[in-house]
Write a protein that binds this ligand. Structure first.
Ligand code: KG4
Ligand code: ZN
Length: 336
């Protein structure tokens, strides 16, 4: 089965063709345009800028992957598109392109939840991921701990979610307080490797066993008040130690709740997905805790990409959620 996957829910426009045969998954072609440089001067994603740019890049990217894979549309088995959640203007661009392409070439159209796309990216690391497993979804907009019992990786119960900021948002907002550009997670990660996390103490949110839920806004507030007290002349030295403290507070909080989830479900396997799954400390801690039971997507598949949407599309197709004929034109976008 060969699926064309289209992702345009936020600031990455990405298209891929993924083939599944037997137990193997192959990314036949992939093309991504990241808008990070366009949004950087604004310190975050500007929705209007994002959707206008998607409009310019989506068709050339679709042409590019078809040429790269050497496939005519007639040899595809379907088109998967992220139709929720996300920025409405951005979603609509990818969806309109997917609807037109599927209708024109008489292919099934498979709507995919962007978050399920991140979860499905785990299969790009381990095609035969055995269940049950915990899945920690940590992106710029969402944080969830799921328990997937199967039969599909997408059949899961959400055990916990963030009550306020997402884990990625906490990295981005605290990075901004330290003077780093957007997106900030990678800067904190790099800085933390050279800093000493014991120099600045940050609060551990929602401690104890009474809830598995997460909360990151207190860490951001604590960093803001610490930064205000540091004289500008000392900031250069303090910055790397603050990076290490921030990373340790965010990852420590996640790990505390993941351990609770592990105890409650008896899961011996864990997958981590979403942009924050690229974080060095989080990967190390999960590996330490779960050993061979730990799985994470290859680094390029942690952030938003078309391949994960194609893989989630395959799982959805097997669940019978594909649209055909005129129904393709009825699909609508569901924003955040
Ligand atoms: O999944 P994603 O590409 O977009 C959403 O669906 O939101 O995640 C982007 C998030 C950003 O908040 C970014 O700062 C964070 O992932 N991120 C990281 C790292 N790389 C990306 N956070 C911590 N450490 C990293 N190495
Ligand atoms: Zn995402």
């Amino acid at each position: 089965m060969k699926i064309l996957g289209i992702e345009s829910s936020c600031d990455e426009c990405s298209v891929a063709i993924v083939e599944s045969s037997g137990t193997s998954l192959n990314v036949l072609a992939e093309a991504t345009f990241s808008q990070v440089e366009l949004h950087r001067p604004f310190g975050g994603v500007v929705p209007e800028v994002a959707s206008r740019n998607h409009l310019e890049t989506i068709h050339p990217l679709i042409e590019q992957v078809l040429t790269q894979a050497g496939l005519p549309p007639s040899q595809l088995d379907g088109v998967a598109v992220a139709n929720r959640p996300g920025l409405i203007g951005s979603l609509l661009v990818g969806m309109s392109a997917a609807k037109a392409f599927a209708y024109l070439h008489q292919l099934p159209l498979i709507p995919v939840n962007h978050l399920d796309g991140h979860v499905a990216s785990l299969l790009l690391a381990e095609t035969t991921l055995s269940l049950p497993a915990l899945v920690v979804l940590v992106s710029g907009g969402h944080t969830q701990i799921r328990f997937c019992e199967g039969p599909s990786l997408l059949t899961s119960a959400i055990l916990a979610r963030s009550r306020d900021d997402a884990a990625g948002e906490a990295f981005d907002k605290t990075a901004k307080l330290l003077g780093y550009g957007y997106p900030g997670g990678i800067h904190i990660d790099r800085g933390a490797r050279k800093g000493d996390g014991s120099r600045f103490k940050l609060p551990r949110p929602l401690p104890g066993e009474s809830t598995m839920d997460l909360s990151f806004s207190g860490i951001k507030t604590a960093v803001a008040s610490l930064v205000r007290k540091i004289p500008p002349a000392e900031m250069d030295e303090a910055r790397l130690h603050l990076c290490a403290s921030i990373e340790s507070a965010i990852v420590g909080h996640l790990m505390e709740k993941i351990r609770l989830a592990r105890r409650e479900t008896n899961a011996s396997r864990v997958g981590v997905a979403g942009g924050v799954a690229a974080n060095t400390l989080l990967r190390e801690e999960l590996k330490r805790e779960f050993g061979a039971g730990f799985v994470a997507p290859p680094l390029p598949y942690c952030t938003d990409n078309g391949a994960m949407i194609a893989v989630a599309g395959m799982l959805e197709y097997l669940r019978g959620t594909a649209l055909r004929g005129r129904a393709v034109l009825e699909l609508s976008a569901v924003p955040s």
